[in-house]
Design a protein around this ligand. Structure first.
Ligand SMILES: [Fe+2]
Length: 237
């Protein structure tokens, strides 16, 4: 809903599908699995799952007419999510890195201008539209990952991120505008821009902070390390 890729909370019209991901030989962090931007799509298939490569994800965002600002935001979310997922894998937790990366790249594809005219997307919030689009593009395993990233989703157990992949995409989206940003600054910014939803953001922030602790612990990282990796721009100054 926002041109810079940030999120407000809106009611959902559909229930999410919950799926888990398990580490398998040849999957996350294992030799022989390419996850870079130029890796061929076939190398991203894990245990029969069809996953788009980062290059294909970018092509899809362009095909669906996403503005440059949202594509830039999506690329940063992807970088952060990929870094976290790789570290989670190396730290010993089960996670599907290609699924996390592709979900991060496509989480905002539902902000496509086509949503205004495509009857199949009418009445959906942008996360629901993202989930519908990845399904009809042939990537149904990405639907739960893109579906659970809106700021208020953590407040409802039926919409809150469940798997590490979903939590990483949700968290990475919250610490990325077009630059890396802290949760406090991000939620302050959301409140300034969407005062109507500020009570929801204020309720969500402590839960997202808990998610941050969980994700960083699983990755064996501190917030300072994440900030050093991606830089820091305070929006409150
Ligand atoms: Fe986003």
């Amino acid at each position: 809903m926002n041109k810079d890729g940030s999120d407000a909370s809106r009611p959902r019209s559909a229930k999410a599908t919950r799926t888990g991901a398990a580490a398998k030989p040849g999957a996350v962090g294992q030799p022989g699995v390419a996850t870079g931007p130029d890796a061929p799509a076939g190398r991203h298939a894990v245990a029969g799952r069809r996953m788009p490569s980062p290059k294909k994800c970018r092509a899809l965002l362009e095909q669906y007419g996403l503005p440059a600002g949202i594509i830039d935001h999506s690329e940063l979310v992807t970088e952060i999510a990929g870094f976290l997922a790789q570290n989670v894998a190396e730290h010993g937790s089960a996670i599907d890195v290609p699924r996390t990366v592709a979900g991060a790249f496509l989480h905002d594809i539902g902000k496509t201008p086509k949503a205004e005219t495509d009857s199949r997307l009418q009445g959906l919030n942008h996360a629901e539209a993202s989930a519908r689009i990845v399904v009809w593009e042939g990537y149904p395993d990405l639907a739960p990952v893109v579906l659970r990233h809106m700021a208020g989703d953590v407040l409802d157990p039926s919409t809150a991120p469940v798997t590490l992949e979903e939590k990483i995409v949700h968290y990475a989206d919250k610490v990325a505008t077009r630059t890396f940003i802290s949760l406090d600054d991000r939620f302050s910014d959301l409140c300034r821009r969407y005062p109507k939803y500020c009570p929801i953001f204020e309720q969500a922030l402590p839960l997202v902070k808990k998610m941050e602790e969980e994700v960083l612990a699983a990755a064996g990282l501190s917030f300072q390390q994440l900030r050093q990796r991606f830089g820091y721009a305070s929006r409150s100054t």
